[in-house]
Design a protein around this ligand. Structure first.
Ligand code: ATP
Length: 269
């Protein structure tokens, strides 16, 4: 996708862990300013690694961008430290709802507040409670004891406290009931539309992702194998068959077709 007003440009990056394990093999992704882009793919494809390359968290795991580059608002950031990248306005919501379990919900939110550039902590809390009314109700409860959905809201809320320009959102739907997933995705859409926050969303659930993101990339074993508008991807036969569980063909496919599909299906899990 070529767009001049991209806030983030991942340009043909190669990523290695421990100097030898090659995980990303030339990945290019663009996120438009105030846009939502989804990154789809099966377990182990390299989606989280891509997000960590952007946020700088890769370095914590002895990973490194060994080729290509990452540009955020015109500045190359792939050699910067995570703290500097966070200050520039990029926040990663890591997979698996990592709350500080012994702190209250509100204390968890306040942890994100030191990175904000404007307004008081109180203003920022109000903003989070505006988007997540459930968190206002639960604000004095210990985060380790609220529901999974509320923990997920807490980590997204904590990210919002940092006044981000770009949120890297890793599998927000994981392990949550459909109603809650729906609620969280609605809020994510509102944050994008009303606060103009750009979002790079990693999801295994293609149906969800293609509902909120107008554009998506599909990753397989460290490479982007497809990228298109959500509309076109939703019509793609492979996506329909293996991701969305829909098919207009009905009948059995020929062996050759199945073999071909199987080869292409690896990223579909
Ligand atoms: P998932 O949905 O399971 O998180 P993913 O698409 O996000 O999958 P990654 O977590 O980025 O995939 O992993 C991509 C590959 O990199 C996997 O083969 C994984 O084993 C490897 N990998 C991830 N982290 C490390 C690490 N710290 N050291 C070595 N290899 C790693």
């Amino acid at each position: 996708m070529e767009t001049p007003e991209a806030i983030l440009k991942i340009k043909n990056i190669e990523v290695k862990y421990h100097e030898v394990i090659l995980v990303l093999k030339g990945v290019s992704i663009e996120v438009p300013k105030a846009g939502i882009v989804a990154l789809l793919g099966a377990n182990g494809a390299g989606k989280s690694t891509t997000l960590k390359a952007v946020s700088g968290l890769l370095k914590v795991e002895d990973g490194e961008v060994t080729d290509g580059g990452i540009e955020f608002e015109g500045q190359m950031i792939h050699h910067e430290h995570a703290a500097k990248i966070a200050k520039m306005g990029i926040v990663q919501v890591i997979e698996g709802r990592k709350v500080f379990e012994h702190l209250t919900v509100e204390e968890n939110l306040k942890v994100g507040a030191h990175l904000r550039k404007t307004g008081s902590v109180k203003d920022k809390l109000e903003l989070v409670y505006h988007y997540f009314p459930r968190l206002r109700q639960k604000r004095n409860e210990t985060a380790g004891f609220v529901s999974g959905g509320e923990q997920q809201m807490t980590v997204v809320g904590r990210a919002l406290m940092t006044e981000p320009k770009l949120v890297l959102l890793d599998e927000p739907s994981m392990g949550l009931a459909p109603m809650l997933i729906h609620e969280i995705f609605n809020i994510v859409t509102e944050l994008n539309q009303e606060e103009k926050i750009s979002i790079l969303l990693v999801e295994q659930n293609a149906k969800l992702a293609l509902n909120v993101a107008p554009y998506a990339y599909v990753m397989e074993t460290g490479r982007i194998v497809m990228d298109d508008t959500a509309e076109k991807l939703s019509q793609n036969e492979d996506i329909k068959d293996f991701y969305l569980g829909l098919t207009d063909k009905g009948g059995r496919k020929s062996f050759r077709e199945v073999k071909h599909y199987k080869r292409r299906k690896r990223w579909l899990g």
